[in-house]
Ligand binder design. Structure first.
Ligand SMILES: [Zn+2]
Ligand SMILES: [Zn+2]
Length: 147
């Protein structure tokens, strides 16, 4: 599977913001573009350290505020809470998570790799399924080798 990384000249971000009633600022634009380029599931602190290299004057509070704005508006998603702190989901493809309960690492696993049966679109109570994501809890290879 080839991961397609979108390149943006800023137009895409402006459209996303316009559709959600968010004001476009230089800081938000830089943060958005940075998030598109970061692999995995970074914490806000990790994002802050990266964005600070481009905007030295930015504060951690501002990064938090804008990350929460992006999450609320659905521009980015949050990974589930098994690791106990906020982590951003930057993989846009359907996938599940292998969560290590020892070192709290989270690894993406493609739907195809898990070979799960598809869930029916219509579930009990009239619930309409749109997407699903499974967290598989356990110990990663590195943690299994530690005694
Ligand atoms: Zn581990
Ligand atoms: Zn993920």
């Amino acid at each position: 599977v080839i991961a397609v990384m979108q390149t943006t000249d800023g137009g895409e971000f402006r459209e996303l913001c316009a559709a959600r009633g968010i004001t476009v600022t230089h800081q938000r634009q830089v943060l958005f573009e940075l998030l598109l380029s970061v692999p995995g599931h970074p914490s806000p602190e990790e994002v802050y350290l990266r964005v600070k290299q481009q905007i030295p004057s930015i504060s951690l509070a501002t990064v938090y505020k804008n990350i929460h704005l992006f999450l609320r508006s659905g521009i980015f998603r949050e990974v589930s809470l098994h690791h106990g702190s906020l982590r951003l989901e930057l993989n846009q493809r359907p996938h599940h998570h292998l969560v290590c309960t020892v070192c709290k690492s989270i690894r993406d696993i493609d739907e195809a790799e898990l070979k799960l049966a598809a869930i029916p679109g219509q579930l009990p109570g009239g619930f309409l399924a749109e997407r699903f994501s499974i967290d598989i809890l356990g110990r990663c290879a590195a943690c299994q080798q530690k005694t």
